[in-house]
Design a protein around this ligand. Structure first.
Ligand code: SF4
Ligand code: SF4
Length: 502
């Protein structure tokens, strides 16, 4: 007999008095947790299959279900925790790398929660955002280093460099068609268009149906070069070269062959059933000079009309790396912190590699200022931005805009079960199964995204008004508006802010 060393992570608790055996939970669960016993005429559950995605809980018409953490435990040990023991059992059983998805869930410090925002009192009065004009529009890309005048003495106001214009400094981060569903992509594209912002194809190419959203699309060029061709490059408003990603810095990606079917195979331009492997490095980039060649090849291919973004993971020495990127000719640097989401990553990498985005951002902005090249590039940060206050703090620390991925998926219904890699997302997001994809209605999905960003925009304006600032550009890098709480001298020094009370 094969012994199963593992007990289920979750327990499905069914209130039998409320359950009417309608079998909704059985039909809704792609993990086949629920089943009907015709002899006993009751619903049963297989706890070992439950991933705690809450689909059944949300749809049960009588609220008969709840999912609780399984309290079964090994002997208490602060070093050999339940998780550590279970992972050893799992790997000893399979011999495989542990896979997971979404962002790093480990209890590292969340610096956003240790930073407080200023507000005006008495002098420099606050501004009422409902009655006075507030500017949340921002531009991403190179800016001229100094003011220039026309022959008649008037100021030149045209920026000679290609820029992205955003109504609010928020963009949807890269999520490929293949890792997320068609309906999820459509929701993001429509929301970006309505909001006057941008969504990002990720590395999976651009589905032909979405070319019409091109003016609000960032097209990505990753190491696998999936779906990259001239029309694709020309379709987007900007091109992003993906070097790294916060959830798995230093390693490549792998979408298994069984997910490369139909439209996904056509969009990626690879045969059906073949594994989509993105190598860890770009095989033509081993130096900043090589990166510069790719930046200028892409500029040349698109007649110098589109800003080029270079996306990296936040790692040690990120400031020096960003300095090189700023000198490569790139227009925008995107930095992804170690809590950034993903459709699949080795758990050990996700949980142990990279650094927090807050520290990376502060270090990069400071370095580029010191080197007088801050105007050469805009900085966009992601991983993780959870609310409007995180955005205000990011901008005051030096970001021009933020990328949101996990927050956008949550708006679409994701419940952060962190099993996207299984392809059985019960909310129709990280799946290609037609019966699951149709659960996400893009009409509702796009509305929810528009609601989220609109609500955040309103809150950003309220916080700006409270600080007496009426333009988001005036907030950028304005670290005087921030104070730290519960941080060490070293952390305050890296963040470039004072402690609360100073
Ligand atoms: S959805 Fe709720 S009421 Fe219906 S069978 Fe499942 S637990 Fe029972
Ligand atoms: S996208 Fe789906 S599978 Fe992935 S974490 Fe969210 S609910 Fe779970």
């Amino acid at each position: 007999m094969v012994i199963d060393y593992l007990s289920p992570d979750y327990e499905v608790v069914r209130n039998q008095q409320r359950c009417i055996a309608c079998r909704v939970c059985e039909r809704q669960c792609a993990n086949e947790v629920h089943s009907y016993d015709p002899d006993l005429k009751v619903m049963k559950s297989d706890d070992s299959k439950c991933v705690n995605c809450h689909r059944c809980v949300a749809l049960c018409p009588t609220h008969a279900l709840k999912i609780v953490k399984n309290n079964d435990t090994f002997k208490i040990n602060a070093n050999w925790t339940n998780e550590a023991i279970s992972e050893i059992f799992r790997q000893a059983g399979t011999g495989g790398v542990l896979l997971s998805s979404m962002g790093n869930p480990q209890p590292y410090p969340i610096y956003w929660d240790k930073i407080l925002i200023n507000a005006s009192q008495v002098t420099n009065p606050s501004i009422d955002p409902l009655r006075e004009p507030m500017e949340t529009r921002t531009f991403l890309g190179k800016r001229p280093d100094k003011l220039e005048r026309n022959a008649d003495g008037s100021l030149k106001t045209d920026n000679p460099y290609p820029n992205l214009e955003l109504s609010v400094p928020i963009m949807f981060s890269a999520m490929s068609y293949g890792s997320i569903s068609y309906n999820a992509h459509e929701s993001l594209a429509r929301a970006a268009q309505e909001l006057g912002i941008y969504y990002n194809t990720g590395e999976g190419g651009l589905h032909e149906d979405f070319y019409k959203y091109g003016s609000h699309t960032i097209v990505q060029v990753a190491s696998g070069r999936f779906g990259v061709h001239k029309d694709y490059l020309e379709a987007g408003a900007a091109i992003e070269i993906k070097i790294g990603q916060g959830a798995k810095p230093g390693i490549g990606g792998h979408l298994p062959g069984e997910k490369i079917v139909g439209d996904i195979s056509r969009t990626r331009m690879i045969p059906e059933g073949s594994d989509a492997i993105s190598p860890a490095p770009h095989h033509d980039i081993y130096s900043i000079e090589d990166l510069r060649q790719l930046v200028y090849s892409l500029k040349e291919a698109t007649a110098y009309k589109k800003p080029i973004i270079v996306k990296i993971a936040a790692v040690h020495n990120v400031a020096a790396i960003a300095s090189g990127i700023a000198r490569s000719g790139a227009d925008i640097i995107a930095i992804d912190g170690y809590r950034g989401g993903t459709g699949a990553a080795p758990t050990r990498i996700r949980d142990n590699v990279g650094i927090p985005i807050e520290l990376a951002l502060a270090a990069v902005d400071e370095r580029l200022r010191q080197e007088h090249i801050r105007n050469n590039v805009s900085i966009v940060v992601g991983g993780t931005i959870r609310n409007s206050a995180d955005i205000v703090k990011a901008i005051a620390l030096g970001a021009d805009a933020v990328y949101i991925g996990t927050s956008a998926l949550l708006a679409l219904g994701c419940h952060l079960c962190r099993t996207c890699q299984s392809g059985k997302c019960n909310w129709g997001i990280a799946t290609q199964r037609p019966d699951l994809v149709k659960r996400l209605n893009p009409e509702i999905g796009y509305r929810r995204l528009v609601n989220l960003v609109s609500a955040w925009k309103h809150e950003i304006m309220e916080m700006m008004g409270g600080m007496g600032i009426n333009s988001i550009e005036a907030l950028r890098g304005n670290r005087l508006m921030l104070r730290g709480i519960g941080l060490t001298e070293k952390e305050l020094q890296i963040l470039g802010i004072k402690h609360a009370g100073e």
